[in-house]
Design a protein around this ligand. Structure first.
Ligand code: HEC
Length: 216
């Protein structure tokens, strides 16, 4: 009998804890959701909008500070309604980013559309989607550069003369402090204004360099 009582209590405790957690997920946005703000959306804003002189906290051009969740959502997002969200309209018709800066890709626009349509939740501590055994240039390194860096590091507006939009530039950037900038062991910590990359992503870049930085 005692074992049975124990099992019943254990089952209740399990359900209670599990229930509390899913409740928190609901408020914050699910870290395992298909689209998670911190992992999928914030890097786009950081790289393509919140650079210095544009929509970083310090400049906030035209009163738009697009450097963090509350500002992004407060300044031009109507939750659940991409078509009524000023920020989405600007990027959808290509007004922003302005001439000379890399535009958002179709995939990035779609991600932002879907995120707003789904309620523009503040997903944090998102599960990392990354396979540390992959270190190909095309399969791992360039996608990382495109996601986190290219908004600030592509000609004609390449910060610090570092162009990360293609193989030649990324390979050259190894001598410009590429690895130390992303593992924060020297040089300027990158991505500027954004969170440090996951260990898995940093290792993918490290392995690629260790393999001789091939164009694979
Ligand atoms: C928001 C804009 C922005 C983003 C995003 C960004 N950078 Fe930078 N980066 C800069 C600026 C500006 C500098 C010049 C140094 C400074 O002002 O911090 C710089 C400098 C660098 C340098 C030269 C460091 C040195 O000491 O000379 C490297 C390498 C670099 N970035 C790599 C990256 C990589 C890799 C990423 C993506 C993981 C990235 N950056 C993302 C703006 C950015």
């Amino acid at each position: 009998m005692k074992i049975k009582q124990f099992l019943v209590i254990a089952a209740f405790a399990f359900v209670a804890v599990w229930g509390m957690q899913s409740c928190q997920h609901e408020q914050m946005g699910d870290p395992n959701a298909a689209i998670c703000f911190e992992r999928d959306i914030l890097p786009i804003f950081n790289s393509k909008c919140a650079m210095s002189g544009c929509h970083d906290a310090g400049t906030a051009a035209e009163d738009y500070d697009l450097s963090n969740y509350s500002k992004i959502v407060g300044d031009g997002i109507v939750k659940g309604k991409p078509g009524k969200s000023e920020i989405y309209e600007e990027i959808e018709d290509g007004e922003m980013p302005p001439k000379g800066y890399p535009k958002l890709s179709a995939t990035e626009k779609q991600l932002i559309y879907d995120w707003i349509a789904d309620g523009a939740k503040n997903g944090i501590n998102c599960a990392v989607k990354c396979d540390s055994t992959i270190s190909g240039f095309a399969s791992a390194v360039q996608p990382i550069m495109t996601k986190y860096c290219v908004g600030c590091h592509a000609y004609p507006s390449a910060s610090a003369q570092v162009d990360l939009s293609g193989y030649i530039g990324v390979k050259y950037a190894i001598n410009q402090g590429l690895l130390k900038s992303i593992d924060h062991s020297g040089y300027y910590p990158m991505p500027k204004g954004g969170a440090k990359l996951s260990d898995c992503e940093i290792n993918q870049v490290r392995k690629w360099i260790q393999r001789g930085a091939p164009n694979d």
